[in-house]
Ligand binder design. Structure first.
Ligand SMILES: [Zn+2]
Ligand SMILES: [Zn+2]
Length: 398
């Protein structure tokens, strides 16, 4: 170790009884430690600049500063480049150096400002240095980079446009299906495309409620599916193969009746889905009955009918206005018509046996086993499935 003082400082930290700290004291301690580490980072940068100019790494058998940093200082390639760039550019930034040395700005603030020197040259950055340091005192490094991007836009519009075009070319979206039937999404969008998608997803992601157990990423996934479903339901997408695009399910009547040993339903590309999911989809869909001969040849194809006819749907929207699951107010556009007694079990298709349910709560009923009943006062009561513990209804629990 280079000095006894540094060793003593670390020993001090090691022996401190942090468990006894209050949250406030611990927070202050963490901030102070981070400030100290930033100041040490400045000292590292100051020395690294000298080491780079003298090509000190050659004496250690390395060809480049980056390779030496990666091996000797145990840095990832990205971090090594960032340290080298900061050390190189700091010398031309007097005010940034002073603030960094004093711990007034952090390492990543200094790195953002130093990267700006690489992009637009020291002269342009030095002209804006006071503004950048003021911004750094108020913003985290990510938002500070928005300010340096503005500077780059003013100084180097052609370069900014070239970068934006390159980012646009790097866009892609993979949608692949695993053997287990799950779909995996992976992609990259440029700034405008990503912001457009985020705006649409945010619009479909409702404010969080206490009984919503979904994680942020599950809510985002639901919002993306809702986005696609509402667009399909609107019926204004271009036709594919002479038909409006839609989700198509095929199932024998025994599956709709959930007979013991019945076959799974099939999605368009032969993807099996459970009988409960078939019944949920069939609750409110356009359906065609196909009669098959014993050799599976279709012998009669009936007319396509809606299981919740348009007039009933309109009446449901007027009566229910939103999802009727207790405590839920998702709007009618997000809802299916649900048969309390399924039509395949002889339930009637009328106002008395139907209500609006959002897709999430429709799933609660069909796939998770919640039961819905009308109360004497005309409200829907939802009863938890036995495996969820208490048999209290959602309304009582709320
Ligand atoms: Zn239903
Ligand atoms: Zn709902």
């Amino acid at each position: 170790m280079r000095s006894a003082a540094a060793q003593a400082f670390i020993s001090d930290l090691e022996t401190e009884d942090v468990e006894s700290f209050t949250d406030t004291a611990l927070g202050d301690d963490l901030t102070e430690l981070r400030r100290t580490m930033d100041r040490i980072e400045f000292q590292f940068s100051r020395r690294l600049d000298l080491f780079a100019r003298r090509q000190g790494f050659v004496a250690f058998g390395f060809v480049t500063l980056i390779s030496w940093l990666r091996r000797a200082c145990r840095l990832s390639p990205g971090a090594a480049s960032q340290h080298a760039e900061l050390a190189r550019n700091l010398a031309s930034l007097p005010e940034t150096s002073t603030a960094f040395a004093a711990g007034e700005i952090g390492f990543h603030h200094a790195a953002v400002i130093a990267h700006s020197v690489t992009e637009v040259g020291a002269e342009a950055v030095v002209r804006q240095e006071a503004t950048l340091l003021e911004a750094a005192s108020k913003l985290d490094p990510k938002f500070l980079s928005y300010v340096t991007r503005q500077i780059r836009h003013c100084q180097d519009p052609d370069g900014t446009l070239a970068d934006a075009n390159e980012n646009h070319e790097r866009r892609y979206l993979h949608l692949s299906q695993t053997f287990g039937g799950l779909f995996v999404i992976d992609g990259r969008l440029d700034a405008e495309g990503g912001a457009t998608l985020r705006a649409a997803l945010n619009a479909l992601d409702e404010p969080w409620k206490a009984d919503d157990t979904r994680s942020g990423s599950q809510r985002r996934a639901d919002a993306l599916i809702e986005l696609a479903r509402q667009r399909l339901d609107a019926g204004n997408l271009p036709e594919v193969g002479g038909q409006k695009p839609h989700l198509s399910v095929t199932a024998p009547i025994s599956t709709l009746l959930k007979d013991p040993g019945c076959a799974a339903g099939e999605l368009e590309w032969s993807q099996p889905i459970t009988a409960d999911t078939v019944r949920r989809i069939a609750c409110d869909c356009a359906m065609t009955r196909v009669l098959l001969a014993p050799n599976s040849e279709p012998i009669d194809v009936g007319r396509c009918t809606r299981t919740v006819p348009p007039a009933l749907r309109r009446a449901l929207v007027v009566r229910d206005k939103h999802c009727r699951f207790p405590g839920c107010d998702r709007p009618a556009d997000w809802c299916d018509g649900h048969h309390l007694v399924h039509w395949s079990d002889g339930g009637e298709t009328n106002l008395g046996n139907t209500c609006l349910l959002c897709r999430r709560h429709h799933r609660f009923v069909h796939e998770l086993g919640w039961q819905l009943r009308w109360s004497a006062g005309g409200e829907i009561i939802a009863i938890k499935p036995w495996w969820m513990g208490s048999a209290k209804s959602a309304r009582e629990a709320a």
